[in-house]
Each structure stands twice: as C-alpha cells, then as structure tokens.
Design a protein around this ligand. Sequence first.
Ligand code: GLU
Length: 551
Amino acid sequence: MPENEIQVLLVEDNPLHARMLRGFLDEIRTPRFPVAHEDNLTAGLNRAEEQRFDVVLLDLVLPDSQGLDTFLRWKARAPHVPVVVLTGLDDMGLATRAVENGAQDYLLKSQINGALLSRSLRYAVERIRARSEEWDSPMFRVAHQQFLKAAQVVELDDNIRQRLLFPQRTQVLSLPFRRDGYDQVETVFGYRVQHVLTMGPTKGGVRYHPSVSLGEVAALAMWMTWKCALMGLPYGGAKGGVRIDPRGLSRRELQRLTRRYTSEIIHIIGPDKDIPAPDLGTDAQVMAWMMDTYSEQVGHTVPEVVTGKPVVLGGSVGRETATGKGVVILIEEMAKYMSIDLSGSTAVVQGFGNVASAAVKFLEQLGVTILAVSDVSGGVYNSKGLSYESLSNYVAEADHGTLEGYTEGDRVTNKELLELECDFLVPAAIENQITAENADRINCKVIAEGANGPTTTEADEILIDRGIHVIPDILANAGGVTVSYFEWVQGTQNYMWTLEEINQRLRKIMTEAFHRALQRSIDNDLDLRTASLCEGIERVTEAKLIRGLFP
Ligand code: GLU
C-alpha cells in the first residue's frame, strides 16, 4: 500500500449512511482513505477476494446477512482484513460481541465524524500490524542479511554473532497526545532501540513516519552501530521513532507528541546514556523540544542530551547540512579514484529534504550538473540542469512546501528518476528504492546512499555484477552523526568550533574511513558495502571481547 493511503472497503446497505461515510473519508488528507463500496455481504466478500483492502467498515445488518453472523462469515472468508463494525445505538450489545469475537473496533453510526472515523480505521490497521509485524520488517531482514554476509567474511565468533543480531535494549511504547481539538486523544506507537551498549553511550536519530515499526527501528539502530564504529566514534547505535505521519499534525500537536515521547523514554536517554538526533520527519525544532523536556525533568539545562538542535541552544554550525556534505565529500573521493572529472559530470538526487537538498547544493558548487531531484510529490528533470537556489526558493514558499507545480523541468515519477542516465545517483529519501525489480535498469556509474537502507540485498548483487559502485549508507551518510559527535563534544567541553574547523574535521574523518573501507574492498576483493560492514563489525567485536562478558 502507498504509505500514505489506507484502502477501505465499505459494506453498507443504507445509501444515506454510505454517502455520509464516504463524505467523511473523502475529506481526510493524511492519510488518504480510498473507498470501495458494496451493499451486501456476498458482494463485499467477493470484492475482498479480488482486491487487497487494509480495513473493512462492516454494517452488521445487511440484506443477505444479519447480526453477529455477518461478522463471523466475514472472518471465516477474509480473516486477514481487520474489521471495524458499524452499529446503531440499539444494537450496541451486538457490536460488543463482534469485538469479543475479533473485530478491531465498532463505531456508532449516529456519532461518527471524520476524526473518529479516521482514528478508528488507522488504529484497526495498526493493531493488526503491531501484533504480526513488529519484528518482521523488510528493513530488518536487509540489515540481517548484510550483517550475516559480512560476519561470514570476517569469520565472526558465533557467540558474538548471536549477540549482535538483536538490539540489547528495546523500549516499545503506546503513548497518548492531545489533538488541537482538546477532546480528541491520539494513541500512537513509539520506540527507542539501543543496539550495542559496549562502545560508550548510544547514538541515533528519531523518526516520525507512518512505516515505523520495531523491526525498522532495530535495523536502523544496527546500521548506526556499524556507522559509528566505521567512523571511529565512541558510540553504539540507537534509533527511535513514532509511527505517525507528522505532516498531518499542527505544530502544537507535534510539540505535545514530542514532549510526551521524550518523557516516556527519559530514563534511558541522557548525555552519557543515549543521545537522540533528527532523522526522517524530525528536525532541529523537535530536538529543541526534546532537550527542553529532558532539562525540565532533571532541573537544569542539558544541551548535550540531543544533537542536531538549533545553534542558539548549543547546536553545532554545519550540523544541518552535514549529512549532505558528507555524501558529497565521498563523491569527490570516489570521483578521484575513478578518474571522473566532477565539473563535467551529472547527478540525479532522489529526495529534496535535509540530506538531499544539501547534497544538491554542494554538488552544484563543484560544477556537477543536477539532472533531477524529487520529493513526495514526484520528481523534476531537466537535461540542461536544475538550480539549487530556484528549487529551494520554490519549496520554501508558504503555499508550496513541495516541488509540486515546479515548472523549470519535466515531471518524472520517483521510479523513473532512479533509472535516468547519470554519473552519480544519490538516493537520499527513504529505504527500499533500488530493488531486484529495477536494479537492472539503474543507469549510473556510482550510487551514493544518502538515505539509510535504500538498496536491497538482491539489488546489491545485481549492481555488483553490473560494475556499478555503491558507496553504502553507513559510509556515505555518516556525515550527520560525525558532526553530531562534534556537537556533543563541544557541548560536554563547552567548546565552540568554527564552520571551517567542523568541515575540516568532517572531511578528515570521512575520507579516512572511506579509504580504509576502499582498501579493504580491494585487498579482500569485496564490494564496498561488505568491506565497510567488516570494518565496523570488527571494531565492535574487538571491544566486546576485550570488555569480556558479565558476570
Ligand atoms: N539520523 C542520522 C543518521 O541516520 C543522524 C544520527 C545522529 O546524528 O545521531 O545517521
């Protein structure tokens, strides 16, 4: 399902009620609820066999079936589709029995409004996911496959291998926050996962996104471990998140959610324990609220509890653009290695958020022609090149917010964009973009992974066979956490570094890590991802062995 869409099947025989419900659903924007409608059970069941639905809104009193039997017949034929039962005031008992028998929720027809309907449907889908898919995430599978491949290469001790497969500490929360209409409370799932506690405090971002699950956060925490170890930073990996689409929230709602999330994880974070940072769907403002909530609890200001905060609160200059900067530093190194002249080269960038836009800016400064960029609204392509300034001005305009409607180029889809011919392809949006399905058609010399996990293991194999170089995420996007480390050091030591100092140190750390990984890939005849993972895994293993096992 597109991440921002919940497919609803409405089975309701009363045309007035059906029209009212569709009206409510049509108006909701985040997520969208495309609706299919049938007016009897048999037709509804047939429809559910032909088409995949995320949830069904089921009236229990239909021309061809009445009462609890309607629900039981549904459950027998389509057990995987969660059900929200529609009921009148006079058959509340029936609704309760349906819930006892496995329906996710019931709604009283006379009291329904858009907000209630949206919440009930979202929760029905989420509860099913929470039960069945928490660990079972495609991203976690990819993280495991990559780890196991590298573990084999370094002949990792089996005891250590088992210890590294799952995070050492996980916290799963269901947390409430108030919507702006005071009466409505949302309850959402939140997570904080700490993968390795051996190396020092743990470190990693917090993402707000509808696809967040325990498995996804665990995968991202694992990648943080390898990333920090590869860069030589004194951290283990962590990650956190809340399963919500922040675009559907007002600023005040976002603040209440952030403060509640922070207070729920307060006992496991701290400047010596675990230091959150921005990730997908969060930014410097969210970090400021996290820092403030933590500081209020402990009774004094603790800027070092988070990184990626605004500079005025002790953030570091250069942090905001650090991930994109790091991607470009490694593109420069790769270009030197492959003897590509950057000033005559071309790039395609997927995304136009924090990482992607900074990458576009720095690539342009080096004379690279940016052929295409994209965001949630799709992509824009111009064979003569796009301009960073024009793109970012357009997006910054209040009534735009995205690239939708940008006219200085042709529209392309996110999928088409990945297959455009170029020298450097920078997937810097979300995971799972280069897969077995499109890896054959990727048309570039180098992929530099700005996002975490954009390439699947099957796609990796195809790219290796085709001779396309991949600068893997744990290397390419490590600029963010590296400048986060600088921010943390400046905070704990009360230092203030200049942008030149930050950029110099960043370049040094990233370039050295890149050449270490590259050398290893040449020496051991490995792809760059596996070589980078080997470097990270070995460092963590060495630390674990030297510390020994308690008790
Ligand atoms: N979220 C970023 C990442 O995935 C940065 C983490 C940090 O700065 O701690 O690397």
